[in-house]
Design a binder for this molecule. Structure first.
Ligand SMILES: N[C@H](CCC(=O)N[C@@H](CS)C(=O)NCCC(=O)O)C(=O)O
Ligand SMILES: [Mg+2]
Length: 499
């Protein structure tokens, strides 16, 4: 049998049919087929563990849970046991992180490539157009970002048909869950330490997850390069943020381990309280800002008025270290992902043939809608494609028949709107049985997973201070659901069990 788990007979969510023990390699009794008596104990202990260790989010049914800490906490949605994942692919994904980090930095320096690649999108996608306007202003000002900090997460799926690992996307802004993902790995190790014998699991197969401390280290090192001991790290946050504890974990580690203070401001507050001094220093609410760390600003919803755009421009014009800079932000768009997948494009940015080959190996099919053959094929077989607008934050991608409808409409209209989308080959990972725990209830489901590998890159002029793989995020969702996304409410936080 393949190293991935043989799916145990899974009841529909909410039903806990008598689980049959299925012996599988590396998993003894088949961790996914947990005997009911044991299951209740695992779920109970896991829920207690979450509550005691801050694996929590704001409860959307409690009004103040997104603004006032300590109010309306509920455990983050999680998978009860870690998803089996073949070690070879794990290593491959980890190896790619520093190469993608370097690629982002190189592409970010090619202002013409960014403007040209996104020029047609600009005409029909106002949000991307506003980002490009800010980028243009920086080019006109000949603005240089000597110190550059990238906190990225590259997301992958393991395609069952080809047994290849494919990149789904590269996030260069607001890569969430550095805090909570570490806690999920600890939860799984804790459960397996206590129940591993019954489950026939070995907690040493759960890789350590260090991303929260590595990300805090990267922020602290960037703060250090700015070299002003009274300056702070400023998080740009949404006014309502139910994922605030994931952010607070980072800030607490930053303060406790590195003695660096942080403040939280919305874009509107930065517009009201911010100014840039003649020497480029960014002052917000009387505080000098060394590093701007965006946990908002990636979606049109974050810019309800001109005030928020003024704030974005103000920060970009300053000498604060932006994470991400407007250039890094644009490199992470899906349109750029598609352009980089074209033949001979990577060679413009990287020299090492082996690195280029490693990147290409994980590129799924990516096309612009100019490619009429692919559009035709997507109209015939929409289930094999995903139609993606230039949007971040989850819940924006288009699947199935809607792909066909939109492509036919756009073709008939022959509108420029074609340029707001890219088409991507849809990846089908193997479904396996998982126990998904949401709001205290455990559901046994067929589920598929998406592996995110975090990367941190810090550079000051030609000195690369950090370029590492920092840890991982596993997100698992019921295989029937198209969209992923934990914040968007489809996926749960999971971990990995190396097989
Ligand atoms: N509320 C904001 C959420 C920020 C956000 O949506 N980030 C995107 C990349 S842009 C992301 O990482 N999505 C994967 C996590 C998921 O599945 O929800 C925050 O936490 O700061
Ligand atoms: Mg994303």
């Amino acid at each position: 049998p393949s190293s991935s788990l043989l799916p145990v007979g899974c009841g529909r969510s909410g039903e806990l049919e008598e689980a049959r023990d299925v012996a599988t390699p590396g998993h003894g009794s088949g961790a996914r087929g947990v005997p009911p008596g044991l299951l209740e104990k695992l779920v109970y202990d896991a829920l207690v563990w979450c509550s005691l260790h801050g694996l929590v989010v704001g409860d959307k049914s409690v009004q103040r849970s997104g603004t006032d800490p300590g109010i309306g906490l509920v455990h983050a949605p999680f998978a009860l046991l870690p998803m089996p994942f073949p070690e070879g692919y794990w290593r491959q994904a980890c190896e790619l992180a520093p190469i993608f980090n370097e690629l982002v930095d190189r592409v970010s320096l090619d202002g013409k490539f960014l403007q040209d690649s996104l020029s047609r999108t600009k005409k029909v996608d106002a949000f991307t157009g506003r980002l490009l306007d800010i980028h243009s202003k920086m080019l006109e000002m000949n603005k240089r970002e000597d110190i550059r900090l990238g906190l990225h997460r590259s997301d992958y799926m393991l395609d069952a048909e080809t047994n290849l690992l494919f990149q789904i996307e590269l996030n260069t802004i607001s890569s969430s869950f550095a805090g909570l993902s570490c806690l999920v790995s600890e939860l799984h190790r804790n459960l397996i330490n206590h129940y591993g014998k019954d489950l026939e699991l070995d907690s040493r197969r759960v890789p350590g997850n260090t991303v929260v401390s590595r990300y805090a280290e990267a922020l602290a090192k960037a703060w250090n390069e700015y070299n002003n001991s009274s300056a702070v790290v400023m998080l740009v946050v949404q006014t309502e943020e139910r994922n605030m504890y994931d952010q607070h974990w980072l800030c607490v580690v930053l303060r406790e381990m590195h003695g660096v203070a942080s403040i939280r401001k919305s874009l509107a507050e930065i517009d009201a309280e911010g100014q840039v001094l003649p020497d480029g220093t960014l002052i917000v609410g009387g505080q000098t800002v060394a590093v701007v760390y965006f946990r908002a600003g990636y979606s049109p919803n974050d810019y309800p008025s001109e005030s928020e755009w003024r704030a974005r421009l103000l920060m970009e014009q300053s000498n604060a270290i932006k994470c991400p800079s407007i250039s890094y932000h644009l490199v992470g768009t899906k349109k750029i992902q598609q352009e980089l997948a074209k033949p001979n494009v990577l060679e413009r940015f990287l020299e090492n043939e082996n690195d280029i080959a490693k990147l290409r190996k994980c590129f799924a099919g990516l096309w612009s809608l100019d490619n009429i053959d692919v559009v035709k094929s997507a109209i015939e077989r929409p289930e094999l494609y995903v139609l993606k607008p230039q949007r971040e934050g989850g819940g924006n991608n288009i699947y199935g028949d809607r792909v066909r409808e939109i492509l036919i409409r756009l073709q008939q209209e022959g509108s420029e709107e074609l340029a707001t989308y890219i088409l991507m080959q849809r990846i089908f990972p193997t479904a396996s049985c998982a126990y998904l725990v949401r709001e205290g209830i455990c559901h046994q489901d067929h589920a598929i997973s998406e592996l995110g590998i975090y990367g941190a890159y810090l550079r000051n002029k030609d000195k690369v201070i950090m370029n590492d793989q920092c840890g991982y995020l596993m997100r698992t969702k019921v295989s029937s659901s198209n969209e992923g996304g934990v914040a968007a409410g489809f996926a749960v936080l999971d971990g990995i069990y190396l097989t």
